[in-house]
Design a protein around this ligand. Structure first.
Ligand code: SAM
Length: 504
């Protein structure tokens, strides 16, 4: 027997599969042994974490072993945690059997690198254990899922041969604790079997925001605590308790775990904002849309933000040296908008308003447009943009543009560009949004608008942005006698009688 001696075998054992045969060979030495080794699943007391292979003078066939079954469930916490509602971290402990490779301590790092796909990776788990029998060696813990039957594949054996390491693996009793399981594994073990488990959340500063289903509610405090434990930086978990339908687009929430402080700091596209998450609207999924719109703006352009929230369009636009008029009906949003303008040192670039969007358009926006539009030259350097991000309602506000500038000198140069958001559950959401915008404006937008899919909000519900330059006929035309009719009827009429013509 060469360097892989019977003593080594005694100390580190063999896989159950190998032990089932009457004779087996070690991959390293090609030496044949009579199958007279019994794997004892008992903890020896002498070598913590190691199974002993004991020489006996009789043949032995392995039964369906406990450890094989345990390996299949390697990534599940202890089964007794099922149904737990108050988090008891100790109860998650379990011992599983994993393969280990004995390696001289000087080359542990090289082996870890070379076998990185085979080494066991678990949160908070060291990949190397002390060898209780040999201070000069270490035990590299391998992933049993990667080496079925506890025997290394040919490629791993090749690697080890080059490193002059014996490729024999032994079995090791590994204790897994709460720290070594991922949130999803923990929740899957706790929640009723077969029920959907979610460990997904949106993050707003230090707050994790969940939207739990009914069957998850009995476990909500535990879910909250697991999220705090597993996500550094999260110190508060809230669950939405109603559908977002309040005027101000914020929602009621229950604090499930952690501190109750809902004033937080977020960063979006490199700009810092502070907000009270329980009182204002903030959606981290809109950052791309915010930057998409801001990229359309040039310095010295004018932005009217009708439903501004705490300023995620307005503040980056002001930082880009645009002139900004930002409005929100929610007094809390308005106050945080002012706060964030100061925080980002753009308070001299933004005029903030706290009024209904309709009044804002009919008041400050109208006033500014009537003052500035007539001054524009043929190819104006300044563009006017109106952002309307209130997807549940904004399209209904578009009728405000009808006749908005009647009586003012008509200027077709630099007509304002509108970016209006809407939800659609229609098969053809772009067509749906366009038709609704046309109905509100009372004119066709065919060939003069574009729609952009912002995000999928729910199954079969999209959020879109329709952008168009407000047609001069909409802004400057005097009301028709049938103007009092509902918008939808007016649109049909206007479509039937062909497109309305520009008034001079
Ligand atoms: C969907 S949020 C958008 C906020 C921000 N623009 C953003 O992109 O994150 C809509 C905002 O419109 C405000 N709002 C709701 N109804 C309004 C109205 N009638 N007039 C003005 N603002 C309104 C809400 O308070 C909320 O801040």
């Amino acid at each position: 027997m060469n360097n892989f001696s019977s003593r080594t075998l005694w100390r580190f054992g063999y896989s159950a599969r190998l032990l089932k045969t009457n004779h087996f060979r070690t991959a390293a030495s090609n030496t044949s042994f009579p199958a007279v080794w019994i794997l004892s699943a008992q903890y020896s007391g002498r070598i913590p974490g190691l199974f002993l292979v004991v020489k006996k003078n009789r043949f032995f066939t392995m039964p369906e072993t406990v450890e094989d079954k345990a390996n299949l469930e390697l990534y599940s916490p202890h089964p007794e945690v099922r149904g737990m509602t108050l988090l008891d971290r100790e109860a998650f402990k379990r011992t599983v059997v994993v393969p280990v490779l004995k390696v001289k301590k000087e080359i542990v790092n090289t082996v870890l690198k070379s076998l990185k796909h085979t080494v066991l990776q678990r949160p908070g788990l060291k990949r190397v254990a002390e060898d209780p029998e040999d201070g000069d060696s270490r035990l590299v813990i391998l992933d049993p899922h990667k080496i079925p039957g506890f025997s290394l594949g040919e490629s791993e054996q090749e690697i080890l041969k080059e490193l002059n390491v014996c490729p024999e693996v032994s079995k090791y009793n590994l204790e897994l604790t709460y720290e070594n399981f991922k949130s999803e594994e923990i929740l899957r073990a706790v929640l009723p079997e077969g029920q959907e488990v979610t460990s997904g959340f949106s993050r707003v500063g230090h707050i994790a925001h969940l939207n739990l289903r009914d069957h998850q509610l009995p476990y909500r405090h535990l879910i909250g605590q697991v999220i705090i434990d597993k996500n550094p930086g999260i110190t508060c978990v809230v669950n939405k308790t109603n559908i977002i339908d309040s005027t101000y687009r914020n929602f009621q929430m229950e604090v499930l775990a952690g501190e109750g402080n809902l004033i937080t700091k977020v960063k979006e596209n490199n700009i810092a904002y502070e907000l009270d998450f329980s009182k204002v609207y903030w959606n981290p999924r809109l950052s791309t849309e915010h930057s998409r719109i801001v990229e359309l703006l040039k310095p010295s352009d004018v932005l009217f933000d009708v439903f501004a929230g705490i300023g995620p369009f307005a503040i980056p636009a002001a930082k880009k040296k645009c002139h900004v008029f930002a409005n929100d009906l929610n007094p809390e949003s308005y106050n945080w908008l002012l706060h964030n303008c100061k925080l980002n040192k753009v308070d001299n670039k933004i005029k903030a308003f706290n009024m209904d969007g309709r009044d804002f358009l009919l008041g400050p926006v109208r006033e500014e447009l009537s003052k500035e539009l007539p001054l524009l030259k043929e190819e104006p350097k300044t563009s006017f943009h109106i952002v309307m991000n209130l997807p549940a309602l904004a399209i209904e506000f578009l009728d405000v543009f009808r006749h908005l500038l009647v009586g003012e000198p008509c200027s077709t140069a630099g007509l304002p560009m509108v970016h209006c958001y809407g939800f659609s559950k229609h098969d053809d959401p772009a067509k749906d949004i366009q038709e609704r915008a046309e109905a509100s404006l009372g004119t066709s937008l065919d060939g003069r608008c574009s729609t952009h899919l912002v995000r999928n909000v729910a199954p079969n519900k999209e959020m879109l942005c329709i952008s168009f330059q407000i047609p001069a006929d909409v802004l400057y035309k005097r009301p028709c006698p049938d103007e009092g009719k509902p918008a939808s009827k007016r649109l049909r009429a206007s479509k039937d009688s062909s497109e309305e013509k520009l008034l001079s």
